[in-house]
Design a binder for this molecule. Structure first.
Ligand code: 5GP
Ligand code: ZN
Length: 143
């Protein structure tokens, strides 16, 4: 696959700069260039996987481990009260860079970020129906 146009591949291989906070052979983490809060970081596998579900299990495990370490560090440094781990997968979900990444977003009480949470109630029976179908797919995936 030609990934030469992928900005996160270019950051991962050092072709373009970033304010890195962690790097090993599999994962790089750096400050988001257009943050939604101070200390907002991105945790990125070095391999070019378009979405998180396409990452192999070892990469996923390392991304998760690095993401929580970065979250702890960003909280300690910024004095934030909490954090979100956010991962946009697919254009419909707001993904702009088609190379998997996890946002680590330090949060402060009443900072107003993501205040809109458009929840609703399931009609009768749908929650059990969906749970059953999804349960089977998850089992097939993990078996
Ligand atoms: P998403 O694809 O999940 O919507 O978000 C991509 C994120 O990457 C955005 O928050 C954006 O600010 C960040 N971003 C895009 N280009 C660059 C870049 O060249 N350097 C850095 N550090 N962040 C970037
Ligand atoms: Zn890439």
């Amino acid at each position: 696959m030609d990934t030469s146009g992928c900005i996160f591949c270019r950051i991962a291989n050092g072709q373009i700069g970033a304010a890195k906070v962690f790097e090993d052979k599999d994962v790089v983490a750096f400050l988001d260039i257009a943050p939604v809060s101070d200390g907002h970081c991105l945790v990125v596998p070095k391999g070019h996987y378009p979405t998180l579900d396409q990452c192999p299990p070892e990469a996923l495990a390392r991304i998760g481990q690095v993401a929580v370490a970065v979250a702890r560090a960003a909280i300690a440094v910024t004095g934030a009260d909490g954090y979100n781990l956010l991962c946009n997968n697919g254009r419909a979900a707001g993904q702009v860079i088609a190379h998997a990444h996890v946002h680590v977003i330090p949060r402060r009480l009443n900072d107003g970020l993501f205040d809109k949470w458009p929840s609703y109630q399931y009609p009768a029976g749908l929650i059990e129906q969906l749970a059953g179908k999804i349960r089977q797919k998850v089992k097939d995936d993990l078996d």
